[in-house]
Design a protein around this ligand. Structure first.
Ligand SMILES: Cc1ncc(C[n+]2csc(CCO)c2C)c(N)n1
Length: 222
């Protein structure tokens, strides 16, 4: 039996669909999401991105080869040099200043998700860490594609969240998502059934924590 990334989403089908098709996503697509919920999400996502950059630093530390080291370095650079700059600019447009971002208290859902990923990487190997990162890396691209295929989605100037969808449907991001799937496909091909069961558990837990992250946004939870 040779495994691939699609076997992870198939093994966690219900959780994966609950993440991709969450009410937060649906409301964002149909332009019915409350602006306060989106702002709350944006603020917590700033903290999330900082810990995600740390997870890529951990991936560098866990890299046994130069090509893995380069992959981790590029991932960290993408977040620190591109994603976080874009995010701070995006927050500014939504009335959230850099000073406010620097002072934010961390919501429990942010704490749980980011520390889960870091702990999984600390106690496991590079594949465990990448599987914990995968719902984030692959899920957002799939969400943008799902929204574009959904009849209730409104695109363009009459949807205030249009720029968010545009970011994740863009070719640069979709290419990064495919590269991550290829990396995982190559490693999963050698996994035993017992190892695949361990990785499924990590993938499911990280997906459940993504669901909680959306719910935290909707509930304005702290
Ligand atoms: C809760 C949450 N989950 C996933 C992402 C998406 N994301 C975060 S970092 C990254 C890699 C980009 O270099 C991607 C796709 C997010 N922003 N917030």
């Amino acid at each position: 039996m040779s495994y691939r990334f699609d076997d992870l989403t198939a093994a966690c089908h219900d959780d994966w669909r609950a993440y991709i098709e969450h009410d937060f996503v649906r409301q964002l697509g149909s332009a019915t999401l409350s602006e306060d919920a989106f702002r709350h999400y944006l603020k917590q996502d700033y903290l999330f991105l900082i810990h995600f950059a740390r997870a890529y630093a951990l991936a560098a530390y866990k890299s046994p080869s130069l090509s893995d080291l380069r992959h981790a370095f590029e991932g960290m650079r993408a977040i620190v040099d591109v994603e976080l700059d874009l995010h701070v600019g995006f927050c500014r447009q939504w009335g959230i200043s850099e000073e406010e971002l620097a002072q934010l208290p961390e919501a429990k859902a942010t704490l749980a998700y980011t520390r889960y990923v870091l702990d999984t990487g600390n106690r496991g190997d590079l594949l465990d860490l990448h599987v914990a990162l995968a719902p984030c890396m692959v899920g957002y691209g799939e969400i943008a594609n799902w929204l574009n295929a959904h009849p209730a989605t409104r695109r363009g100037g009459d949807n205030p969240f249009d720029a968010w969808i545009a970011m994740y449907e863009g070719e640069a991001f979709q290419a990064a998502m495919r590269a991550e799937i290829d990396w995982l496909d190559a490693r999963l091909a050698d996994a035993s059934p017992a190892r695949f069961a361990e990785l499924t558990r990590i993938f499911r837990d990280a997906t459940r924590l993504e669901i909680d992250f959306w719910q935290m946004g909707l509930d304005l939870a702290d």
